[in-house]
Design a protein around this ligand. Sequence first.
Ligand code: AMP
Length: 238
Amino acid sequence: MEKKNAIYEGKAKILYATENPDQLICYYKDDATAGNGAKKGTIVDKGIMNNKITMFFFDLLAKEGISNHVIEVMDDRNVLIKKLDIVPLEVIIRNVAAGSLAKRLGLEEGTPMSMPVIELCYKNDDLGDPMVNRYHVLACKLASAEELDEIEAQALKINKIMVDYLKTKNIDLIDFKLEFGRDKDGKIILADEISPDNCRFWDSVTKEKLDKDRFRRDLGNVEDAYKEILKRLTGEVR
Ligand code: AMP
């Protein structure tokens, strides 16, 4: 499949059209941003590692009946994907208080939540991805009630599968962000990526951060954190 024009350039990925109107090519960049673009940098080979880590989780979830937008991995950085109508929501699932939740509720980072917490944000960079609730989503027609039910059910199922799996690799899944889209038949499908860019992974024993917070908070050893996650999941040493 040949790449045609870029139709969208995000902070970490570029989407290209192909000769098939129902298929796109997703290219993973090494660029990193934080604070909605306020801080910029690159993380060496991040695109390659995030592509592999995402495929690992997508395959794990597919075995449990969660379908995703991937058609075929083309190479280290390029993936052929189904063109979806993306639901303009960032779906955040939290098991432990960290980041903006810790700040908002005055909780110490690392405080376990007694049940998974789902947060919804309206995907809009100009507005800084504001948090919305079910009423906003329905009133603004961002998704239907049935779609939102399906998205939340899938998000909780994904969380359970990932938490249980990551425990066996000595990783705590603190929180993460998902995106979903509608396929041609209107079915809700998991899209975007699942990587250290949009998950908080802490070592279960040392509580060391193994994710993009190392970049956001200038903690150093950023590449090493991504490498460590890839190694624990796939055994691959980069
Ligand atoms: P926060 O609201 O900053 O505490 O983020 C909660 C979780 O969602 C963290 O795992 C973040 O990595 C992820 N997350 C939140 N917003 C975004 C975003 N715009 N892009 C990627 N990941 C995000």
